[in-house]
Design a protein around this ligand. Structure first.
Ligand code: ASP
Length: 340
């Protein structure tokens, strides 16, 4: 049977045009995009489209817009075999991570893609990304989708969405998944690495829409000041902080620093330790410079990306669970975002 795919356009370079006055790239009407890719009609796939009324540059992405996106998926979940989301590359990893947490028990592909050059430009990377992403969303084996997870397809590679980061703003090859293998490579054929792809859930899909953004990120650097650290940790209403540490989760051992963190944790603030390194993981207690963090109750983020850590916090805090349960969920692998 022909797969039925819903293509959702949120904005991003792929559908942008140059403003005739300023020369700046801005989101354009979705009809322009399908007109530019007549090949879409030749795919043996039933393709239908939905678009944000006001497409955005993904730098304007917001948890409220993730809920809008989730509402479109929820409304159409039973009607389609898979979803392709066209999205700006700048915050695509955040959106992919957020969607992975918001969609529990997923059994259908949700593939995000975009491009570095608008689709109307001759050298665009958008056509290949779009066509292959649709093929991946539609791909089935024995009547079942091959990639029933939230993934990003970009420049011949498919990645688990919550493992990615945008690392290059100039090359077509814009994403990396430093701590998890690619899920598929698109050459002459699309080769799926089935061992690494999540299995479709047999449980009923559960959709989560409560996200809490009362969080902050403290990116450590040599010389970080007490004044600023303290002011972030004492922000009224703050519920969690991602502490971006050195190496395998290390931080200064200065007394003021540990005291500030301990006081925050004692007040019930979550401190989530995520390394600044792209590869490797947080191992609290490996060095003296992380033992104290472990002792005062900082939660180790293992090999989670900063994008997944932020969205996981929003998702877990949104559940409004007792503190101990919240802390426990953060340490668990919920959607393949950490390698435990
Ligand atoms: N600024 C654009 C966006 O993220 C870049 C892109 O689409 O690649 O919306």
């Amino acid at each position: 049977m022909m797969s039925k795919i819903l293509l959702i356009y949120t904005g991003g370079t792929i559908g942008m045009m140059q403003d005739s006055k300023t020369g700046a790239l801005k989101p354009f009407d979705f009809r322009f995009l399908t007109k530019e890719v007549p090949e879409l009609q030749r795919l043996n796939i039933k393709l239908e489209t939905a678009s944000f009324k006001k497409p955005i540059d993904s730098s304007n992405m917001h948890p409220k817009i993730w809920v809008e996106l989730i509402n479109i998926i929820e409304k159409n979940y039973a009607k389609y075999d898979g979803f392709v989301i066209l999205h700006g590359s700048d915050t695509m990893s955040y959106t992919a991570s957020a969607l992975s947490f918001m969609l529990e028990n997923l059994a259908k592909p949700v593939i995000l893609t975009g491009s570095q050059l608008p689709i109307g430009i001759i050298r665009t990377d958008g056509k290949e990304n779009l066509i292959t992403a649709i093929e991946i969303a539609a791909a089935q084996k024995n009547g079942k989708p091959i990639v029933p997870e939230v993934a990003i397809y970009f420049e011949y590679e498919l990645y688990r969405g919550n493992r990615t980061l945008k690392y290059n703003s100039a090359h077509f090859d814009a994403f990396k998944s430093p701590n998890y293998p690619v899920l598929a490579e698109a050459g002459v054929n699309i080769v799926y690495k089935e061992n690494y792809i999540q299995k479709a859930s047999t449980k009923k899909i559960q959709i989560h829409k409560e996200l809490d953004n009362d969080i902050a990120v403290i990116h450590l650097f040599p010389g970080i000041s007490k004044k600023i650290t303290s002011s972030i940790l004492n922000t009224p209403g703050i519920k969690a902080v991602v502490l971006q540490t050195f190496g395998s989760g290390n931080a200064p051992t200065e007394k003021w620093f540990i005291d500030e963190l301990k006081a925050a944790i004692d007040r019930g603030t979550i401190v989530y330790n995520v390394t600044q390194c792209l590869e490797g993981r947080v191992i609290q207690g490996k060095y003296e410079t992380s033992s104290e963090l472990q002792k005062i109750g900082v939660i180790g983020g293992d090999d989670i990306t900063i994008e997944a850590a932020i969205t996981k916090l929003m998702f877990v805090l949104g559940k409004k669970l007792p503190l101990e349960k919240t802390r426990k969920l953060l340490q668990q692998n919920l959607r393949g975002e950490i390698s435990v």
